[in-house]
Design a protein around this ligand. Structure first.
Ligand code: UT7
Length: 349
């Protein structure tokens, strides 16, 4: 049986550190509120003009490719997960292909927000298992700082998010007991609008709610992007935080248990859980629910905030760099977010 394994891993975090106190110049918030509700102390913001979601993805990819002992020319497929692409279209995958001067290989963009990286890994896993590709580059990258409402109006969203990128190279494993054991993907679109960015989009005011936009009077050509959207701050993400929190603390443990029980394992067997870094309180809740020790869960949201599709590969990379993951150890990746979508991947390193 062919399994896929992570042959190389990399991350990129922009230099600029933004503390909670730094945010006080833009909005009415406090270090105490942010730390108490989210665990976040600081996050990184990309350079406003010199760095993009793609350039950060490229930096993480370079590291992953080098650590895999191959070159960019050896990559035979790209999967790029992000919700903050350089362009509305085309996707970041082709921009990375160009920037890294790769061959004319396939490039797929994944739009699954916080669970984007785990979804991407799952797709890559299938291509490796079927023998289609030998070196797949999977990237998660976000430049949130460019598109958030930094006024007090948007503080429930903007204090949470940070910029960064993570990447892995997936290859066929030579050892049947090493690599990705299984992946598990889920969605429930019932609550799609409670964590979403509606504009620009083609929803045509389908839900008739104030926070979308009023298209009824808009002339053709101004349906997609209008002055009103700017005036009413409708070009920023919307989040009903408490509703997302409530669903997350149910779905995270569920999808982790699904991965473990599918492989005849239990939480006690887990060496390290890498949860999507959404909120430290969510991770603590999940830890408690599964009866995991502190050393079985890796968190770094304190320093990077929530980097959406990048958070899992950044945390995985950092844990590996610290020597917390060794060969044959059991690692679970899990994520939950906008959609809702949620997912897990169980792997033996
Ligand atoms: O990765 C994507 C998935 N996203 C998540 O998993 C996020 C899940 N949700 C959360 O993490 C939490 O809901 C938040 C951290 C977003 C918010 O925490 P909360 O405890 O649910 O607060 P809340 O939204 O219920 O707001 C409580 C109060 C409100 O004031 P009033 O109405 O009680 O007077 C907010 O206006 O806190 C206020 N507030 C703030 N105060 C200071 C909201 N944001 C801030 C802020 N600073 N940044």
């Amino acid at each position: 049986m062919i399994r896929s394994r992570i042959a190389g891993i990399g991350k990129y975090l922009p230099e600029q550190v933004v503390t909670n106190n730094d945010l006080l110049q833009y909005m009415d918030t406090s270090d105490e509120w942010i730390q108490e509700r989210t665990g976040i102390k600081e996050r990184r913001f990309a350079h406003r003009t010199k760095e993009t979601t793609t350039t950060m993805g490229v930096e993480a990819a370079r590291m992953a490719i080098e650590r895999a002992g191959i070159t960019a020319q050896d990559i035979d497929f790209i999967i790029f997960a992000t919700l903050s692409p350089d362009y509305y279209f085309p996707g970041c995958g082709v921009l990375l292909q160009r920037a890294m001067q790769m061959k004319e290989i396939g490039a797929l963009d994944i739009r699954n927000q916080c669970s984007g990286f785990v979804y991407a890994l799952s797709v890559a896993d299938q291509f490796i298992r079927t023998g289609t590709y030998k070196n797949i580059l999977v990237v998660g990258s976000e430049k949130h700082s460019f598109g958030l409402d930094f006024s007090t109006r948007g503080r429930n969203v903007s204090v949470i998010f940070g910029d960064g990128a993570g990447a892995v190279v997936l290859q066929p494993s030579t050892n049947e007991n090493t690599g990705i054991l299984s992946t598990h993907l889920h969605s429930d679109g019932e609550s799609a609008e409670i964590l979403a960015m509606y504009n620009p989009g083609t929803h045509a005011n389908h839900w008739k709610e104030e926070r979308y936009a009023d298209f009824d009077e808009a002339p053709i050509g101004q349906m997609f992007m209008s002055q009103q959207m700017i005036d009413k701050a409708q070009l920023f993400p919307y989040m009903d935080g408490p509703a997302v929190f409530k669903k997350a603390v149910v779905k995270f443990p569920e999808v982790i248990m699904e991965a473990l029980s599918n492989n005849g394992l239990s939480p006690a067997d887990l060496h390290l859980l890498i949860p999507h870094q959404a909120n430290l309180r969510i991770a603590q809740f999940v830890q408690q629910k599964l009866g995991l020790r502190d050393d079985q869960v890796y968190n770094n949201i304190q320093h990077y905030g929530n980097t959406t599709a990048a958070s899992v590969p950044i945390a995985l990379c950092e844990a590996w760099e610290k020597g917390l993951i060794k060969e044959q150890q059991l690692v679970c990746l899990a994520a939950f977010g906008s959609g809702f979508t949620w997912a897990s991947a169980l792997l033996r390193w």
